[in-house]
Each structure stands twice: as structure tokens, then as C-alpha cells.
Write a protein that binds this ligand. Structure first.
Ligand code: SAM
Length: 365
């Protein structure tokens, strides 16, 4: 089985590592590839059949997509691949030609192997890049091709609102993917524990990527701008043993973080503190790891305040941080200045896609 896995751009290597780790536990042969056909935010896993022994000692097949849906912290979707194809020059095609190419291609695919004709289906689509067609055009065209193909075997049923089977068609640049979306309509990064929705919350998948980069080893851990608590909550859900602190200046968000932690069942594991990160040393004498999604000044506060805020925060951080910090922001110049002027060194830098923005991520020591 070939699984097309989606995640945020820029964390494909970490997602690949997670998938390899999870699949190793199953004892099946597998191969995982980052960015198949060069597409960002995608990982491809080829996996053999997996089995488990039930309580009566009977050997049963294990659904690898279900296992990944339940266990992954970095993936957004688990899609059973039907086909992947490069359509050279599709970006230059007029709409009719582009849709005809897609329709002809999908018509030849044995989609009947992936869905029973009696099951209702819908096509969801995703498009990224320069094209003359919209994602709605793609969904309609693929839907028609799937319907026509299934009509050879019976009477297909379309249900756009509550389909039993979701086909996912993606056109990213000149690469086209078709598969069965086993995750459903809600991406995995939308965590069920999020009962308080902070206006600038971090995707849980990216929170986990930052945690991976910090490599916390059981020592104390703080998110000094914790907002709705995404990073501390995800860390606690990983079963982290050390002390976890979430600091936030605004009571409303701190209350929200506490509610989220309660919903996640980890409120006992996190110390939430109301306070100002530019006075960090007043709340903690020392801390091993600091991981945070810094205020960017885009959605909250004013942009002009950012350089001063970062400078004051990193000055305080230099008094208390023992091991490693990981920070994410759009404000490259302000953070790099604050890092350098407060005696930290950048050990790693990468760009991550987050909500339409490309954000800079730094590991500092
Ligand atoms: N990662 C968080 C989440 O997923 O909800 C969002 C963090 S948001 C980008 C930045 C947070 O920093 C905001 O909640 C804001 O209220 C808080 N903040 C701004 N200035 C602060 C300061 N001086 N000290 C502590 N928190 C501050």
C-alpha cells in the first residue's frame, strides 16, 4: 500500500522520522520518502501488510492508515494513494485542456478497487500553484470521471455532505495526486482538545516539530508566550516527565490555555503562569528548554513594538536558559539581532509554512 501523507511545508523530514518510528513498531517492511515528485508538505510511505494478534490469539490485519491517524502528531492527512502523475505544462493549459487531461487520466484508474459502488462518495480537492482551473473545477471533473467509471459496475452514489468515502484530488504545481482520504474532512492538526481558539494559535503539528527540534530530555520546559497552550499541551500529551510551564501575559488567553489543557486531560501536568516574558527571571530561576511561537505583531499588538519586545525577552532568557531554545517568528531581523546581542548562537534555522506565511524557525543555545 502506498500512503500519501500531508503535513506542513518545511517539516517533512521530521514527519518522515515520525512515520519511520511508528512503522518500525509494526514489524512490517516499509520505505518512506520526503517530498515525493518534489512536492513540499508531502511524504510518501510504501508499507507492507501489517497484522496483530487479537485477545483470542487470532491473527488479524491491522489498518496502517487507522494506526497513523491515531498515533501521528506531525501529520495532517493519511491518504491511500491511487495515482500520482506529473502533468508537464498543465500550468500553461487553458481550462478546457487542463480538465480534459485530468479527466482522461482519472477515467483510466481502477477506482473501483478502492470503493464499493454501493458506498456514497465525494471528491475533495486541493490546488496550489499557477493554473487556469480552480479547485472546484478539479473536484467536479474528478467526480465525473469517478462516477462514470463506477457506473460500469453499478449505480454510484454521490453525497457531498456526508460521504462514506472521500476521494482527494490534489494539483500542486504540475503534480496531480489522487487517493482516498482516510482522515476525513477535519485535518489531524485540528486537535479535539482545542475548546479555546486563540486568534494566532500554532498548528499542533508545528508545535510537535518545534518540540522535536528542541530535543527535551526530561529537564524543565517553558513556553514563555504560551497563548492557548498548544506547545505545553502537546508536550504533556507526549508523556513528558519533566516540569512544563506556560507563561502568558493576558489573562483571557491563559484561562483559554487552562481550558484546553483540561480538555486534553493534562491540566495537572502544566504550570500555567500569568506574567510578562520580558521579566522571565522573576518567574523562573532556571529552565532547561524554552520553545515558543513569538508574537509577530501581525494579528496581536503593534509591529513597532516587536524589536524591543524580542530584545528584552532574549536578555531575560540569557539569565535563565540552561540548554536549548526553539523559536518561530516571521520577524527575522528582530529575532536575529536579539539572539546575537544576548550571547546566543543559532544552531539551526529552517523555514516552515504556517497559515499562508513562511515563518523562520531557530534553534539557539
Ligand atoms: N503558540 C500559541 C498558541 O498556539 O496559542 C500562540 C502564541 S501567540 C503567537 C503569542 C502570545 O504571546 C499571545 O498570546 C500574546 O498574548 C502573548 N504575549 C505577548 N506579549 C507577551 C509578553 N510580554 N509576555 C508573555 N506573553 C506575551
Amino acid at each position: 500500500m502506498r500512503l500519501l501523507l500531508t503535513t506542513s511545508q518545511g517539516i517533512e523530514d521530521l514527519a518522515k522520522g515520525e512515520v519511520e518510528n511508528l512503522l518500525s513498531g509494526l514489524g512490517v517492511p516499509f520505505r518512506v520518502e520526503e517530498r515525493p515528485l518534489g512536492v513540499e508538505g508531502r511524504v510518501l510511505a510504501e508499507v507492507g501488510e501489517a497484522y496483530y494478534t487479537d485477545e483470542k490469539g487470532k491473527k488479524r490485519e491491522l489498518s496502517v492508515p487507522t494506526y497513523l491517524n491515531e498515533s501521528s502528531r506531525l501529520l495532517h492527512r493519511i491518504i491511500m494513494e491511487i495515482a500520482s502523475e506529473r502533468f508537464e505544462g498543465i500550468g500553461d493549459d487553458d481550462p478546457e485542456k487542463a480538465l480534459k487531461r485530468i479527466e482522461d487520466f482519472v477515467s483510466e484508474l481502477p477506482v473501483e478497487r478502492f470503493v464499493k459502488v454501493s458506498e456514497s462518495f465525494a471528491v475533495r480537492s486541493f490546488r496550489k500553484g499557477e493554473h487556469s482551473v480552480t479547485s472546484v473545477d478539479i473536484a467536479r471533473t474528478v467526480g465525473k470521471a469517478v462516477f462514470d467509471r463506477l457506473s460500469r459496475f453499478g449505480t454510484p452514489r454521490v453525497n457531498l455532505d456526508h460521504p462514506a468515502v472521500i476521494f482527494r484530488a490534489e494539483l500542486i504545481g504540475d503534480v496531480f495526486f489522487l487517493g482516498i482520504d482516510t482522515t476525513g474532512d477535519s485535518s489531524l492538526h485540528k486537535r479535539p482538545w482545542r475548546v479555546y481558539d486563540h486568534p494566532a494559535h500554532l498548528k499542533a503539528s508545528i508545535a510537535n516539530a518545534l518540540i522535536e527540534l528542541a530535543k527535551p530530555d526530561g529537564g524543565s520546559f517553558i513556553d514563555p508566550f504560551c497563548g492557548s497552550g498548544t506547545i505545553p499541551i502537546e508536550l504533556a500529551l507526549r508523556g513528558y516527565d519533566g516540569r512544563i510551564i506556560g507563561l502568558e501575559k493576558y489573562r483571557k488567553h491563559l484561562r483559554g490555555a487552562e481550558m484546553n489543557a483540561l480538555a486534553a486531560g493534562v491540566s495537572e501536568r502544566i504550570d500555567f503562569v500569568l506574567g510578562d516574558a520580558t521579566r522571565l527571571s522573576e518567574y523562573v530561576e532556571s529552565v532547561d528548554f524554552a520553545v515558543s511561537n513569538l508574537p509577530y505583531g501581525l494579528k496581536i499588538g503593534r509591529k513597532g513594538m516587536i524589536p524591543g519586545l524580542y530584545m528584552d525577552f532574549f536578555s531575560e532568557l540569557s539569565k535563565v536558559l540552561e540548554k536549548r531554545g526553539v523559536f518561530i517568528t516571521t520577524e527575522k531581523r528582530a529575532i536575529e539581532r536579539a539572539i546575537a546581542e544576548n550571547g546566543f548562537e543559532i544552531r539551526h534555522h529552517r523555514l516552515i509554512g504556517h497559515g499562508g506565511l513562511t515563518v523562520h524557525t531557530y534553534v539557539v543555545e
